[in-house]
Design a protein. Structure first.
Length: 441
């Protein structure tokens, strides 16, 4: 709970830091309401809509309300999916307002000791350090391979955890070994004629827990005629920091990544995680007030491209034979890939090009699945309600394969499949994995 002094400090910071022009840009028209999952799921509560949250931010700036626990709860229950932005006739940059507001709150309130400890470990001690990420992931791999996982399940240890976390433990991918995670080349040649020189943003979770998906990404890029540079000094994209009120940390990570990629002489910087890609293309906004970095951030942003987009533009689906045994495939959009990176048709066209499958569009495929980084952990109840709706639409397609383009979405859809007891009838898979699976050898 914030004290009176903390609330006053937060209110002063809102007046100093919030972009009032952006707040006033919201016309209160309500076009955002049908696109907002929390507004719909909450029973159409105005304070759980983009329009309502902007009104609350403006009221704090004007001193009409205090930034109390209810105000903070409203902001925290936002998924940050940014589905409101493409439908906004005024072009309000809601995501930027939300991140600024969260940063002001988190930097000016005193968290409890357990919360401070967790935030310190996660934001300062873990994600900015690739070696530590590999170590922690390696411990998870040991848990899976050593028999401890079977013992823990048999002893009922997982029943001590919330249901969603216990289920998540069952759907985690098989983690690679430490040796596999450290065996990352810095250059991979193309197969055949080289048409593009690209750099690959490997990410943190993607290059540890989802290492095989990263490997599949590079194989597809090779087949598309790309030679690939993988800079070793790259780090976490900073999205988790930026979305969680740790803006200074995200800026430092942004600078590290810009420096790692800027002298590589590449056509594009490729990402295969919608959440990472969306934060990478926002580096120009993140560093707009830093004269030493703002232009470098713009140059970096202009080279970011999702794997599905470059494959589509390279006519990969026309040049490479793609075929799978009959199955019904549906696609769940990554919110940030669609709403921020504006990539929606490319992954669908690639999937439709696979011979032997039946592609069926899911109703509300562009609505968030409820993952949203760590949202499904910290706001589990709302997340599971959103996931339940998503699974209703998934089941209506009769799909046997659900494809998405972001690790969080992938785990969330796996979680939904497990919760619905459909693991023997349906699978969730990253788009690059299903495309590589479809390549006719």
């Amino acid at each position: 709970m914030t004290t009176v002094l903390e609330q006053q400090t937060i209110q002063d910071e809102f007046k100093n830091r919030m972009n009032e022009d952006e707040l006033l840009n919201c016309m209160r028209c309500g076009f955002c309401l049908p696109s907002c999952p929390t507004y719909i799921t909450s029973g159409y509560k105005e304070t759980h809509s983009p329009r309502g949250r902007i009104a609350l931010m403006k009221a704090v700036v004007d001193g009409l309300i205090e930034p109390d626990e209810d105000f903070e709860k409203s902001l925290n229950q936002c998924l940050g999916c940014r589905a409101c932005e493409p439908v906004c006739p005024s072009g309000v940059n809601y995501g930027h307002l939300l991140e600024e507001a969260r940063d002001i709150i988190n930097q000016n309130k005193k968290h409890s000791l357990p919360v401070r400890t967790v935030r310190k470990v996660v934001f300062d001690g873990l994600f900015p350090h690739p070696n530590r990420m590999r170590t922690v992931t390696g411990l998870l791999g040991f848990y899976q391979r050593s028999g401890l996982q079977k013992v823990a399940r048999a002893a009922g240890v997982m029943k001590l955890f919330p249901e969603s976390l216990a289920t998540m433990e069952r759907v985690l991918p098989k983690v690679p070994t430490m040796r596999e995670m450290k065996n990352r080349p810095e250059f991979v040649p193309s197969q055949g004629t080289t048409t593009k020189r690209v750099a690959f943003f490997t990410g943190c979770l993607m290059d540890t827990m989802f290492l095989e998906t990263n490997n599949a990404t590079m194989k597809l890029l090779q087949l598309a005629g790309c030679e690939i540079v993988i800079p070793k000094d790259q780090s976490c994209c900073g999205a988790l920091h930026g979305h969680s009120g740790e803006k200074d940390g995200s800026k430092e990570l942004a600078k590290q990544n810009i420096k790692a990629f800027e002298d590589l002489n590449v056509d594009y910087i490729i990402t295969n995680a919608g959440g990472c890609g969306a934060f990478l293309v926002d580096y120009d906004h993140l560093l707009k007030d830093d004269p030493q970095w703002k232009d470098r951030a713009v140059d970096f942003k202009n080279k970011i491209k999702d794997i599905s987009q470059i494959l589509y533009e390279a006519d990969f689906h026309k040049k490479v034979k793609l075929q799978l045994p009959y199955q019904i495939i549906t696609y769940q959009d990554s919110c940030h890939l669609r709403n921020v990176m504006k990539t929606a048709s490319a992954p669908r066209e690639l999937l439709r090009a696979i011979d032997g499958i039946d592609f069926k569009e899911m109703k509300d495929a562009d609505r968030c699945c409820g993952s949203a980084g760590i949202y499904n952990i910290v706001e589990s109840e709302m997340s599971m309600q959103i996931l339940d709706y998503k699974m209703e639409q998934t089941k209506a397609t009769h799909a046997t394969t659900v494809v998405t383009a972001n690790p969080g979405c992938l785990l969330q859809m796996k979680l939904g499949i497990e919760r619905e007891n459909l693991s023997d009838k349906m699978r969730a898979v990253h788009i690059v994995d299903v495309l590589l699976e479809a390549v006719v050898k």
